[in-house]
Design a protein around this ligand. Structure first.
Ligand code: AMP
Length: 193
């Protein structure tokens, strides 16, 4: 199994690149942001509770997203690999993910960290807000809060995996295709052809 974490701040292109990567490599795409937005659209209790955090640009509680990922792993026993997008976002989530995978005699293979400057991130997110249905992309204060949450809580996830020598940094500025090729090279260097 190849288990990839596509890592990076909000607006770094994780969603866009995830779509291209799953098409190429055939993994299961697990985006906690997408899963949460689905819960909100279905007006579930979980969605209702999560929305209050998301609208403020705050992370939803660890146990909520860990539970969703655990269920998704169980629901896909025959997967050839998983692409984690927007998860893990805290060290506690990373440790829980490691434990979940280890209980399935698997592990994270690689963390690809997209690097994009802060001003470029804000510009991209505001631009996305003009066309997407995401209210958290329309308000610059909420965007800044999400970037702060990333610095304060999520950046540590890269340190966690760097301890195991699993992190590769990739320049996340350039054309979608250029960035995709950089990601592809890193992946192919770590998996048998
Ligand atoms: P995203 O679509 O990944 O940008 O996530 C949108 C929002 O969903 C975030 O700002 C958080 O409020 C919430 N969220 C998504 N994934 C997580 C996660 N792994 N941990 C906590 N909150 C999350």
């Amino acid at each position: 199994m190849f288990n990839l974490i596509l890592f990076g701040p909000p607006g770094s292109g994780k969603g866009t690149q995830s779509e291209k990567l799953i098409e190429k490599f055939g993994w299961i795409h697990l985006s906690t942001g997408d899963l949460l937005r689905k819960e909100i659209a279905n007006k579930t209790q979980l969605g209702l509770e999560a929305k209050a955090f998301m609208d403020k640009g705050q992370l939803v509680p660890d146990e909520v997203v860990i539970g969703m990922i655990g269920a998704a792993l169980d629901a896909n026993p025959a997967a050839r690999g998983f692409l984690f997008d927007g998860f893990p976002r805290t060290t506690a989530q990373a440790e829980a993910l490691d434990a979940l995978l280890s209980s399935k005699t698997s592990e994270i293979t690689l963390v690809l960290a997209l690097e994009v400057s802060e001003e470029e991130l804000v510009a991209r997110l505001l631009n996305r807000g003009k066309t997407s249905s995401r209210s958290d992309d329309r308000d610059e204060n909420v965007i800044r809060k999400r970037l702060l949450e990333y610095e304060e809580k999520t950046a540590a996830v890269a340190h966690h995996y760097a301890k195991f020598d699993k992190v590769a940094k990739v320049k996340g500025e350039g054309s979608i295709e250029e960035i995709f090729q950089l990601l592809r090279k890193q992946i192919e260097a770590r998996q048998p052809a």
